[in-house]
Design a protein around this ligand. Structure first.
Ligand SMILES: C[S@@+](CC[C@H](N)C(=O)[O-])C[C@H]1O[C@@H](n2cnc3c(N)ncnc32)[C@H](O)[C@@H]1O
Length: 179
């Protein structure tokens, strides 16, 4: 069996940085989970995790876990698969489909957190993705959560990436106030 590439295994430093802020034992949503590097990172931290992707075959290469709920769904052409569900943390990395940004924000429970990081405008200079549909505009994540979540950390800029190159990324850590 082929091993997933290193970048598909190690969690994003942005996610690691704020993971301690997610209450132990609370459910995490890993949206567009891919190989499941964040799914397994949070499972290993003791969280129940809901992992969603259009293709769960890569996640399925890892051993099954009793606290894992895996949902195969097309987030771009099907209904939102998590209607009425709320999570203590919603994690989205390296994925953007603008029409569901409101669903993503709404999935954060009271007192919960959104951790989002993906490529942003300016990335075209370094390589893929170059399609503006997959690149966040400056401040776009701030706009997506405005009036709903409280922003604790936000960055947009050129950062080193594991392959030794640089990439333009935008990242956000925001929380919904507790009621
Ligand atoms: C670049 S990977 C990121 C994976 C993971 N979040 C990470 O950072 O390691 C993008 C993921 O989005 C998923 N994806 C693409 N289109 C999708 C869709 N329409 N519905 C659900 N997932 C989709 C892909 O299957 C892939 O796993």
């Amino acid at each position: 069996m082929n091993k997933p590439p290193v970048h598909a295994v190690a969690p994003e430093p942005w996610v690691v940085r704020f993971a301690t802020q997610i209450p132990p034992g609370q459910r995490v949503l890993d949206l567009a989970c891919g190989h499941g590097r964040h799914t397994h990172f949070f499972l290993e931290r003791g969280h129940p995790v809901t992992a969603v992707d259009i293709d769960l075959s890569r996640l399925a290469k890892r051993p099954a876990h009793p606290r894992l709920e895996a949902i195969e769904a097309d987030l771009e052409h099907g209904p939102w698969p998590l209607e009425q569900r709320r999570f203590a943390a919603v994690v989205v990395t390296n994925y953007l489909w603008r029409p569901i940004l409101p669903n993503i924000v709404a999935s954060v429970e009271d007192g919960g957190a959104l951790l989002y990081e993906t490529f942003a405008r300016g990335q075209e200079r370094f390589g893929k993705p170059t399609n503006p549909a997959f690149l966040l505009e400056p401040g776009e994540l701030l706009e997506a959560v405005r009036g709903q979540l409280i922003v604790h950390a936000y960055e947009h800029g050129e950062f080193p990436v594991p392959n030794g190159c640089r990439a333009v990324r935008q990242r956000l850590y925001a929380r919904r106030a507790s009621t």
